[in-house]
Ligand binder design. Sequence first.
Ligand SMILES: *Cc1c(COP(=O)(O)O)cnc(C)c1O
Length: 397
Amino acid sequence: MAMDHAGTGPSTRAVHAGEPPAELHGPVVNPIVLSSTFHGDPDGEGPVLYARYQNGPNHLRVAERLAALEGAEDALVFGSGMAAMACALLSLLRAGDHVVATDAIYGGTRALLSSELSRLGIETTFVDLFSDGWTEAFRPNTRVLVGESPSNPLLRVLDLRPLCDEARARGVAVIVDSTFASPINARPLEHGADLVMHSGTKYLGGHTDVTAGVIAGSAARVDEVRARARVWGPLLDAHAAWLLERGVKTLALRMERHNANGMAVARWAEGRPGIARVHYPGLESHPDHATARRVLDGFGGMIGIELPDGEAATRFVRALRMVKLAPSLGGVESLVSEPRFTSHAAMTPEQRAANGIRDGFLRVSLGIEDAADIIADLEQALAASMPHERRTDAAAD
Ligand SMILES: *Cc1c(COP(=O)(O)O)cnc(C)c1O
């Protein structure tokens, strides 16, 4: 009999949820089924299985596993995180509707709302969800609230329950981009969100070798998203679905190490000469530390490290040996990026500074390497980042 995952822990779900009953001599690992279509029933009974419908064996298996991890009735996988977000928004919105979205939002989602949905007659107001009075942005035609937690790159953590209560009181649906948390560290549906979205390209895949997206929620809400996905066509191919499933098997184990490395590097960095400020929700100095302790099961592997200026950041990044300069995050390898050149490149330095992202800000995605080796690399790069006089002083100490 197939295992009922109710009552099992997240590590077990990550390995087994969605598995069919074992068959004598059947494969232990789900095979990759590249068929784009499947035999139908001459009586017209049963569903039509077709690759674009994302209901082949590889899609269904990984979607069921992700639903189990999120505590959702249903989930759907996509060819990218952006495809997932786009179809989720299209499922809830029509011309004349209004969206309230966090201003600490992924650049692609911001562009989707402000440049694409605006062309379809859907208007968005971006708000600081941490400010008093953000609810004034709601209008009678507001249909969706978009949140993201933890945010990029300041790692702000939303207290979702009160936000979802405000939305629900107005009949507004809540979508949360939970990419930075993964379902191991946070499950937004438990706090009242209607849909949770992930870029599966990050922690879920976990090996920087697959582009994917996920939407999870109630069966009715996911059905609405599925209806959009069937005709807009943003599919995940079977091979990528298989890679996603393989990645998810080790998600709980990897997150344990990402969380531990996050804490170790944050403690190393805080107060260190040459580092102006550290952003990590596991530190007491973080503005959302108390919220993070309540709503997260782990503080994550993403950390913001502020060097004094852009030149120091350039010297730092050039000196790194093991940690690589690359956008993206959530893989087994540690990566660093500078928001001024990537996610926040469209803003002026003044606009970025007003948003808490001064030049010199480094976003580090901690991999699963040994913390001591990551820290040793960061330590030598930090020494190289310091102006020459200070380095000589430090050496003389
Ligand atoms: C990467 C990312 C996305 C977009 O996902 P893709 O898989 O690149 O389409 C959305 N939100 C967040 C927070 C991300 O990090």
